[in-house]
Design a protein around this ligand. Structure first.
Ligand code: PRX
Length: 661
């Protein structure tokens, strides 16, 4: 990342604005430290108190943290609860039934509001409909939907009946969808006829049908379709396929929740690892919801008159924790947005903030960087043209935010009065881990600052020994926390190996990121993944996944994929390919590169598409046949190789791989 060198010497400090601190839930570093101390003094007792104060438990828990089968930790074991009850019934009982839960804005700009009472009704009716189709506790339901109220209703309805949902991002291909449906063993798929993005109608149901044909049809009994565009050409198989509105139509508005154990899997969400196929990250009901709720209060300081907007998609963890569950569990009002930040123009976000009086805005650095670029090209879309006074807090998520983008966001969007919470976390962590508290923590651009109370983050070396501040190392978490990943679906061995590796002692959670703490402030800065996981526009991709996809093409003999820093997308994918036939050159190479990029697009999805493809007669390998990825990374950056290449079997190959086709 271009800002990285500056990032490490960044010393600008932004104190929490007094006006903000005065009303904040956590209003000083003294209070923050006292909260951390409470966990130091009585870890279990503090979590127990928070869990009792925060959630409704049908049956109280006795054990707080059960470590008997570590690293398969259990939280609040004997307790029973229900996520949907906590996100609707409990809010209505608190007198907020008429409050707006969701303000939905469509791609075209149509706005629909729905109160907690209405949301509750729709969740209950659909939950009853799912039950009528035979879906119940422990069944897995895959969602393949775009941003919509129906998407949130579907997730909440699954939670209500104890079905475990697995949302697959609507940009994934039929093959990716099929793999996830089969791995998680879903009996039901919920989708929409089509989705609207940037004025275009894009298929969803047709892709589900394709996924079923690829193999998933042997296990899927029901496909439920939300009618979004009403397109006539959408395939429909009577008997198996049902319209979502028909499923809900004759159902009662009352639906007794399934009271599930705290450890009952609320959802499985697939994410990329460094090796093998995507991992189904399992999250448990009680602990996950507790942390989604607490981080809404602590990190976002949510107050009852706030309008909260998280721009993520429900297909990612950010959309789970900070759209589908967190904001509803605190009775907040939130925006759900179907469209794109650049449609009809790059002022869309700012226009929506103005019209809906958004007070808390949470987005990804990639979006900010692309809107900076767009407003340079078309000054009409610059935030200064919009009234953004309603904003009081900004957030960033998914990838490192470079100080330049941070400063622009702070000045032009936040009017220099809004704190920015740079939230570091992962699919596996369920919620924020290291982040400023907006009313307390002095901010440093590019640093996610300090761990939240209760999160024992640390930096260690390869053997698990603590590193002193000022020296980089491996980011770990030393103690379990309630919203942590519980398992990898169908693969407990991989869970242990990936997250609690033996060389670190077997009891430290390995995040997979490198980090450094500032020698003076002890603030954390994330320095990037230490494994073969790429982060492109805040989306996680495994290099192995893309490589396997490329070699599955009939013309490809071998492939190696690396990341390269990119000013806009954080990282960009560069693929080195050896074809079975001769190495193509000139126009033939360009044609082949295009074909392979489209292949990856079709097989995995647009987010995995390499930005660049380079062809060689071979790949740089050691004499033992290991591909030297380190060298490929240097070449991808366009830098000269200064390392010793004498151990290479075929040093001549480097010259071929220097340039893009
Ligand atoms: O490398 C870190 C980066 O995103 C990874 C997690 O990706 P995912 O599971 O898709 O979750 C993204 C949304 C929480 C991390 O391992 N990452 C996430 N947030 C930050 C970050 N890197 C730097 N700063 C952040 N704030």
């Amino acid at each position: 990342m271009s800002g990285m060198s500056q990032l490490l010497v960044e010393d600008r400090l932004f104190q929490a604005p007094k006006a903000f601190s005065k009303k904040a839930a956590i209003s000083s570093m003294k209070q923050y430290k006292a909260m951390c101390q409470a966990f130091e003094n009585d870890f279990d007792g503090t979590w127990a108190r928070l869990a009792k104060e925060t959630l409704y438990w049908k049956k109280p828990f006795k054990t707080v943290l059960d470590e008997s089968e570590a690293p398969f930790y259990k939280w609040f074991s004997e307790g029973t609860t229900n996520a949907s009850y906590n996100c609707t019934d409990r809010i209505i009982k608190a007198g907020l039934g008429e409050k707006t839960a969701i303000i939905f804005e469509s791609d075209a700009g149509d706005v629909t509001r729905i109160s907690y009472q209405e949301l509750h009704e729709r969740v209950c009716k659909f939950a009853n409909g799912l039950r009528a189709l035979g879906v119940g506790k422990g069944d897995r339901v895959v969602l393949y939907m775009a941003m919509s109220i129906e998407g949130v209703v579907a997730m909440q309805a699954c939670a209500r009946i104890g079905a475990t949902h697995s949302v697959v991002f609507g940009g994934f291909s039929a093959k990716s969808l099929e793999e996830r449906i089969v791995d998680v063993g879903a009996t039901t798929v919920i989708t929409a006829d089509e989705q609207m993005r940037g004025g275009k109608q894009l298929p969803l149901k047709a892709i589900v049908d394709e996924a079923l044909e690829l193999g998933a049809k042997s296990i899927v009994k029901n496909v439920i379709v939300y009618k979004r565009t009403g397109s006539e050409t959408v395939p429909f198989t009577p008997g198996r396929d049902h319209w979502m509105h028909d499923v809900s139509a004759k159902q009662s508005k009352k639906c007794e929740p399934e009271w599930v154990e705290a450890e009952h899997p609320l959802f499985v969400l697939y994410t990329s690892g460094s090796t093998g196929k995507p991992k189904g990250v399992v999250h448990a009901t009680g602990g996950y919801l507790l942390w989604a709720n607490l981080t809404m209060q602590w990190t976002f300081d949510l107050r009852q008159n706030d309008v909260f907007w998280c721009t993520a998609d429900i297909g990612w963890i950010t959309g789970h924790s900070y759209i589908a569950y967190g904001p509803l569990s605190v009775g907040g009002t939130q925006i759900v947005f179907e469209g794109l930040p650049t449609y009809p123009n790059a002022g869309r976000f700012w226009d929506m903030i103005e019209r809906h009086k958004v007070s808390i805005f949470y987005t990804a650095p990639t979006a900010i960087r692309s809107l900076i670029k767009a407003s340079d090209l078309n000054p009409d879309t610059h935030p200064k043209n919009y009234k953004l006074k309603s904003l009081r807090l900004l957030g960033s998520v998914g990838e490192p935010i470079n100080p330049e983008a941070w400063m622009w966001y702070h000045k032009n969007v936040g009017g220099e009065k809004c704190p920015i919470v740079d939230t570091f976390w992962q699919t596996e962590t369920g919620g924020h881990m290291i982040t400023p508290l907006p009313g307390a923590t002095p901010l440093v651009p590019g640093s996610c600052t300090l761990p939240l109370p209760g999160i024992m983050a640390a930096i260690v070396d390869e053997t698990g020994q603590d590193m002193p501040n000022g020296q980089g190392g491996i980011l770990v978490v030393k103690k379990p926390w309630p919203s942590m990943i519980r398992n990898i679906w169908n693969d407990p061995e991989r869970f242990k190996k990936s997250y609690f590796p033996a060389d670190l002692g077997g009891n430290l959670y390995l995040a997979g990121d490198g980090a450094i703490r500032n020698a003076k402030t002890a603030y954390f800065t994330i320095t990037g993944r230490i494994d073969d996981v790429l982060n492109v526009s805040g989306h996680r991709m495994g290099t192995m996944e893309i490589e396997s996809c490329l070699v599955a093409h009939s013309d490809v003999a071998e492939a190696a994929v690396v990341g390269r820093p990119d000013d806009l997308t954080g990282e960009a994918i560069v693929a080195y390919v050896v074809l079975k036939g001769a190495r193509p050159e000139g126009e033939a190479a360009q044609k082949k590169a295009l074909e392979l990029r489209n292949w990856v697009n079709k097989e995995i999805g647009p987010i995995a598409k390499p930005k660049e493809i380079r062809f060689g007669d071979n790949l740089p390998k050691t004499r033992s046949g290991k591909i030297m990825r380190r060298l490929l990374r240097v070449l991808a950056k366009g830098e000269d190789i200064t390392q010793d290449t004498s151990t290479l079997e075929n040093p001549g190959i480097l010259e071929q791989l220097k340039h893009a086709v």
